[in-house]
Design a protein around this ligand. Structure first.
Ligand SMILES: Nc1ncnc2c1ncn2[C@@H]1O[C@H](COP(=O)(O)OP(=O)(O)O)[C@@H](O)[C@H]1O
Ligand SMILES: CC(C)(COP(=O)(O)O)[C@@H](O)C(=O)NCCC(=O)O
Ligand SMILES: [K+]
Length: 266
């Protein structure tokens, strides 16, 4: 049973077709589109795609974007399912005050991270960093409890905010330097250090809280930009959200199979 996994962020839609809804399944095809180009998926990227049997997605973009994605999915029989963060799922316990108000991408990425730790039998505390339009930094304890997390502006938003709020900060992109000596480098370095510093702080807080050094996973479209400037050790995992979607899809598919079995034996 093939699975089309969707990750709809505030900037881009990421998709991947898997052979089966299980962790470690073979990825048959994948792609990414900026949100302004999502109305052409069925006549473009998806034109020759083998019809998926199941479609599971995470969406944090607007309802209008979600409807436009659903319109593209109408060519296939499988009705799209969207993850809604709950109190607990696939090895993660949700500590948010209102579990459903947590971003679905954050929830799914934490589930992906937890599944990776479970697969390695490394039940350690974990920090999950996503560098996309926004940056999110989550803390999970060794039992898979999501203790809480931070939201920061991403690189682009930080720079645009500074540009629009000042008269003298309209400059080209610079490079990251320990001691920047021009405006471009000062801005680029400032944004990068803000993110790297926030991650380090969360790692320190979690280490102190749990009495154990956390594993740190980093993902997202702009993660590669952060990688050379991080002050803590981390693993870059491009597929963290897809890993989480596979775990949730696996759970749902086996629940349904069990229900069918129960009703057929009644
Ligand atoms: N090809 C690229 N070149 C430079 N930056 C990129 C590129 N692709 C993505 N990014 C950065 O990654 C961000 C989008 O990452 P993504 O994880 O897709 O975000 P979201 O999930 O919020 O849509 C952009 O805001 C941009 O900063
Ligand atoms: C924090 C986010 C904007 C991140 O979005 P992204 O950068 O992935 O596009 C998204 O997860 C979201 O809208 N969250 C809802 C609020 C919350 O998580 O508390
Ligand atoms: K994201």
């Amino acid at each position: 049973m093939s699975l089309l996994a969707l990750d709809v962020g505030n900037t881009r839609l990421k998709w991947a077709l898997y052979e089966q809804p299980v962790m470690g399944a073979r990825m048959l095809a994948h792609g990414v589109q900026f949100l302004e180009n999502i109305d052409k998926l069925t006549e473009g990227d998806w034109i020759n795609l083998r019809p998926p049997r199941m479609v599971l997605g995470s969406v944090v973009a607007s309802d209008a974007i979600k409807r436009r994605v659903e319109a593209q999915l109408e060519i296939w029989d499988a009705a799209p399912e969207w993850v809604v963060p709950s109190a607990a799922e696939a090895g993660v316990i949700n500590g948010y005050d209102h579990p459903a108000r947590l971003g679905a991408d954050r929830w799914v990425a934490m589930i992906g991270a937890r599944q990776r730790l479970l697969a390695r039998q490394q039940l350690r505390p974990c920090v999950v960093v996503m560098v996309g339009t926004a940056v999110t930094i989550e803390a999970l304890d060794a039992e898979g409890r999501f203790l809480g997390g931070c939201i920061l502006p991403g690189h682009g938003i930080m720079l645009r905010a500074l540009e629009s709020g000042t008269a003298g900060l309209h400059v080209p992109t610079g490079v990251v330097k320990p001691f920047p000596t021009n405006t471009s480098d000062a801005l680029t370095s400032g944004g990068t250090f803000a993110i790297a510093g926030a991650v380090q702080r969360m790692v320190d807080q979690l280490a102190q809280h749990c009495g154990q050094t956390p594993v740190c996973y980093m993902t997202g479209g702009a993660a590669w930009k952060m990688a050379p400037s991080m002050s803590v050790s981390f693993e870059l995992v491009d597929t963290l959200i897809f890993d989480g979607l596979l775990a949730i899809a696996h759970q749902r598919a086996s629940d349904r199979a069990n229900q069918r079995l129960a009703s057929s034996t009644q």
